[in-house]
Design a binder for this molecule. Structure first.
Ligand SMILES: *Cc1c(COP(=O)(O)O)cnc(C)c1O
Length: 358
């Protein structure tokens, strides 16, 4: 487990220079090496590098046979890519509310949303904590539905010992620069236990190519490039150390805020939280954010407008969708600074700024 912060960039420069010298920039040695390394890290046999996390979700849906006229059950307290991927394959998102403690898909509400056109469930491992997967997988099995995990927040998160992305049919990762494992641009990967899904995605990401010059299916291209793979190969050995530091900082925040008015993240036994984000709930969020801003502490809101209220996707959503927990969260959640490079003084500044308000 490496711990350095890679601050001087020397390892990156070397890795990128090797790509330049190889003269190969798309789907060559570094991509294959990173696919093996990341799939190995997750503990599954297949990893398929693609252009972004959104494309990972989109191609996983296609490989699972989800398309026009179908529906996918997911949550509305997520980032737009979850939904845009569903819409991009011609399917419709069906929203289910989330658990009030973990903010992830509430399995107790899942079955009532299953209709004849539902083909898949897409749980989001929100903020770095896995959704309650066992009941989700059990319901999916009973109804013959596919499970595609949105792991964009969850590099290194586990559920009862199993790595995020390895429990359903496919796990979809984003390596967008701000994620726990981030590239120097867009990048994504699908991990899967299924050789069939892996082969489908390999074809889909490369113009439907089955073998050289033979294009068996009409597709698109969505490829991970060598420079991003080289950068990610440098970073991967640091991921567990960075996540440990994230958990340490989160632990200090939660201890400091335990007696105040803020509602801290709840960690559920059996789920190892990767703390992509440290999200509290403040009853008067505007006041809380202003107070922190005045002290020079940046806060963000993930996410202020739930997806069933997003105009751009409104046409695909039923008007009657009522998601009380999701809507409450949208009005109260605030993300505090949390990244491995935070030093002790900065952590104290955040604690002082955030304590005793809410
Ligand atoms: C970042 C993110 C994605 C994928 O994003 P890309 O920018 O396409 O890599 C998907 N889902 C969630 C919840 C995300 O936060």
């Amino acid at each position: 487990m490496k711990r350095a912060c890679l601050a001087n960039g020397a390892e990156f420069i070397t890795a990128i220079r090797h790509v330049l010298e190889s003269g190969q920039f798309i789907l060559a040695g570094r991509v294959e090496e990173f696919e093996r390394a990341f799939a190995g890290y997750c503990g599954v046999p297949h990893g398929i590098g693609v252009a972004s996390g959104t494309d990972a979700l989109r191609l996983a849906l296609l490989a699972c046979g989800v398309g026009t006229g179908h529906a996918v059950i997911t949550v509305a307290n997520t980032c737009v890519p979850t939904i845009s991927a569903i819409c991009a394959v011609g399917a419709r998102p069906v929203f289910v509310d989330v658990d009030p403690d973990t903010y992830t898909l509430d399995p107790a509400l899942l079955e009532s949303r299953i209709t004849a056109d539902v083909r898949a469930i897409m749980p989001v491992h929100l903020y770095g904590q896995c959704a309650e997967m066992d009941p989700i997988l059990e319901i999916a099995r009973r109804h013959g539905l596919r499970v595609i995990e949105d792991c964009a927040h969850a590099h290194g998160a586990r559920y009862r010992g199993r790595m995020a992305g390895t429990m359903g049919d496919a796990g979809c990762y984003s390596f967008y620069p701000t994620k726990n494992l981030g590239a120097f641009g867009d990048a994504g990967m699908v991990v899967t236990n299924s050789a069939e899904i892996a082969q489908q995605i390999r074809r889909l990401r490369h113009q439907g190519q089955a073998q050289c010059d033979v294009h068996a299916t009409a597709a698109c291209h969505s490829r991970l490039d060598e420079v991003q793979a080289a950068v990610l190969l440098v970073k991967l050995p640091y991921l567990d150390g960075w996540n440990a530091r994230r958990r340490e900082i989160a632990g200090r925040y939660s201890e400091a805020f335990a007696d105040g008015d803020l509602r801290c993240p709840r960690e559920t036994p059996g789920r190892d939280h990767a703390y992509h984000l440290y999200v509290v709930r403040a009853r008067d969020r505007a006041k809380f954010q202003t107070r922190l801003t005045e002290r020079g502490i940046a806060t963000l809101v993930h996410y202020p407008v739930p997806m069933h209220r997003q105009g751009g996707y409104a046409r695909s959503v039923q008007d009657d969708t009522h998601l009380p927990v999701t809507e409450m969260l949208a009005s109260e959640v605030v993300s505090l600074p949390l990244y491995p490079e935070l030093d002790d003084d900065e952590i104290e500044t955040v604690i002082d700024g955030a304590s005793g308000t809410g």
